[in-house]
Design a protein around this ligand. Sequence first.
Ligand SMILES: O=C(O)C1=C[C@@H](OP(=O)(O)O)[C@@H](O)[C@H](O)C1
Ligand SMILES: C=C(OP(=O)(O)O)C(=O)O
Length: 427
Amino acid sequence: MALSLAFKKPSLKGSIQVPGDKSISHRAIMFGSIATGTTTVEGFLMGDDCLSTISCFKKLGVQIDVTEDLVTIQSEGEASWKEPSEVLDTGNSGTTTRLMLGLLASTSFHSVMAGDESIAKRPMKRIINPLREMGADIRGRQDGQFTPLAVQGTQLKAIDYTLPVASAQVKSAILLAALKADGQTVIHEPIASRDHTEIMLEHFGATVNRENHVIKLEGGQKLTAAHVQVPGDISSAAFMIGAALITEDSKVTLTNVGINPTRTGILDVVEKMGAIIEIEEKETAGERSADLTISSSTLKGTEISGDLIPRLIDEIPLIALIATQAEGTTVIKDAEELRVKETDRIAAVVTELSKMGANIEATEDGMIIHGPTVLTGAKMTSYGDHRLGMMAAIAALVATDEVAIDDPECISISYPNFFEQLNLLTN
Ligand SMILES: O=C(O)C1=C[C@@H](OP(=O)(O)O)[C@@H](O)[C@H](O)C1
Ligand SMILES: C=C(OP(=O)(O)O)C(=O)O
């Protein structure tokens, strides 16, 4: 159902707590299902993607209870998992699909995994190639490049592997498979990607050796249940950061936002563009978090490339939008990974922002944006991609006319109360 947004150049004021981090929420369910005992998760993201992860592990026989404030996982470890009689449906979630492959590959049973039409187009051989080197038996379309994927679990062996792409999903799938592999697995990561898996392995009692972009994990380690405190998702917070920056007379506080350094590229970039942003770090039991206070700012263009890209990969649609309001040129390079997310996010961002009058052009591995430009109303397509839907909604705040979004429901993939919170800040 389409949604029409017509803001009257609003200012944003107030304080909100964005929903829990999607990457950490996925991993809390996975590790709670691997560990022996009762794991509790506070601040879990009740978004579609993370609910897909819960659904898949319930089909493996893991007991998972969900209330508004707490998710409780009771498991006797991977050995207690049951061979699923149903297809494991991963919905729209690349993280669920790819990390589960690492776990299913080392079980003692057969399983089949499939997702939605977006997942069916996303590359899986980047995961299956290293898992096959470990001895995994995985079949799928085009020799395992695409779902549906059939996995015959087996005993795996350790590998020494250099990641061909800066992907935390590839790294994490190998680490999860390595937990039950014979020997020590070594992963070389030329460019750092988010390290939530490494942190959570240690949180659940495993020993992980990390130095100079090399990660070593001994197989056979047992994990023990734990409590997980999930901070707010900085990838969701990014949209509210951008909203405050590009509107006039705004001041917004986002409480308890995760500031894991492998995820804070967005903060580095907006500060370099001239953003007025206060960061007050909090004491937490889990990963680092902070209260962020963002005020309307005059922004200037910048260049975003190299090692910075994996630290803000999901924020690039939002960054492209704020670049349309910045003085000068913004160049985004080395971001070819965007072409294999839920959509081809380079093509989609350029097409959609161009509809609103943005001066933006696509390159093979990124985009170039000239600003500032006045954005007009338009009929925006989300392509079923939550981050495109949110980009369109934030763009509507500064558009001269009404903005229609074709599938606003897709935003619940990662931010189920997005419109509720946006309305709270604009009223
Ligand atoms: O490991 C994760 O939780 C994620 C890793 C990233 O994907 P890649 O690892 O494919 O870059 C990111 O785009 C995704 O939203 C979540
Ligand atoms: C790409 C994303 O997630 P996933 O890879 O889990 O689908 C995202 O959240 O932008």
